[in-house]
Design a protein around this ligand. Sequence first.
Ligand code: FRU
Length: 484
Amino acid sequence: EYYSEPHRPQFHFTPEEKWMNDPNGLVYNDGIFHLFYQYYPEDIVWGPMHWGHATSEDLIHWNHKPIALFPDEHGYIFSGSAVLDEQNTSGLGTEDNPPLVAIFTYHNSDAEKDGRNDYQTQGIAYSLDNGDTWTKYEGNPVIGNDGIKDFRDPKVFWHDKTKQWKMLLVAGDHLQIWSSSNLKEWKKTSEFGKEQGAHGGVWECPDMFELQIEGTDETKWVLLISINPGAPNGGSGTQYFIGNFDGNTFTSDQKSNRWIDWGTDNYAGVTYNNAPKDERIFIGWMSNWNYANQTPTEKWRSAMTLPRNLALQKIGDNLELISYPIENFEKVVTKGSKKEVVIEPAHKEVVPFKGLQQSDMRFTTSSRDFQLVFKNQNEEKLIMGLDSKVGEFLIDRSRSGKIDFQEDFTNIMTMPADNLPDGEVEFRIVTDRSSVEIFINKGQYSMTAQVFPNTDYDEMVITNTSDALMKLNNFGIAEVKGVW
Ligand code: FRU
């Protein structure tokens, strides 16, 4: 049946078939959330990039649409963004029918093969029918290249204070910020990051937006930068900076490197332009360049994360970027019963649950020392745990199922979880066939990882690893309905 292949996610976005990587062109317009994505329609490995396309009214149920952008004489279509040009500043539409404009990187693979450095340029395309059909701008590329090897992934947004379009563009080891009044002519205004942040790999897929600090009138700007390699648990990951943006220049407030998600499988994530109610909604690609081309699926490859709401909260002495599944997700989570579970020191509670492979488990506890194991009848197990002595949460998928398609896949992942407030906090684990997404304290800490058990996990074991009584409140596992 439809979408019934082994490991096929049931409520995460996947293409019907073939290769997918980064989310692109996330924009809301006239009741529709658009999701474009890096797509290679000929194979299940990376190849000449197109923009695949899907639409949704709620970010949970998706309609597959025809491919939006095909490679042309300027190159493959790499990652980028899309905007609603409401005032028709580009002149590509009319005032009555303002255009959607996509801004993307052209990757000229012939020039790359010739050993040149200037093979990535920026182009635009527009749609006058809310994304159904696209026309490339005849003046492409709108930004050329004077010899920067990695020069890509334009994120454009409207900046109200300066009444200008701003473009974030990565250039190898740093970010460039450009300005325009019409989306066609661009001027570089500043650079950021040569001396800041993690630099284990090239900078990719930038995003930047203003968020209110919850409970205050104060706002801060948040900059997202994906890097590959150089993530804390290996390969690809997304760091963030909190700071200020004066319309031209971004300055960071922070001293240490920070990551939006500590799992190995949340990369190249960016947020929606023009989302209703000023919400900041993030979607990432649920894979890692270490093994993205080798994961054990056949018809399609890889999925997007659940859409997550981003927020800023002051917790302890830190400002934290919070990411938590959007409210609409609750529509497909069945209402289950909740109970209290009490576990003696060094004891465990075994919870058989048939639907564990496609579920949403939640509880609150004040314990900071426990282990959670998802198991199946083949003795395959996914181990997770929190340890207050080291102040870390970990995921061990070394015996979780299919693991030998690439050597890095079995590495244990850890995340410092050392700034949790005292008292009860929520632990939430969402599984969908071949993924697990962990949210601690409503998204103060998150970890996303792929797993490929040979049969469904159907038993959850919680062990109290502290020397005090462990109490789980409102413990429940809910099945999640498929959306296809
Ligand atoms: C990130 C990335 C981008 C690039 C795209 C190519 O995963 O490497 O920098 O535009 O993928 O598919």
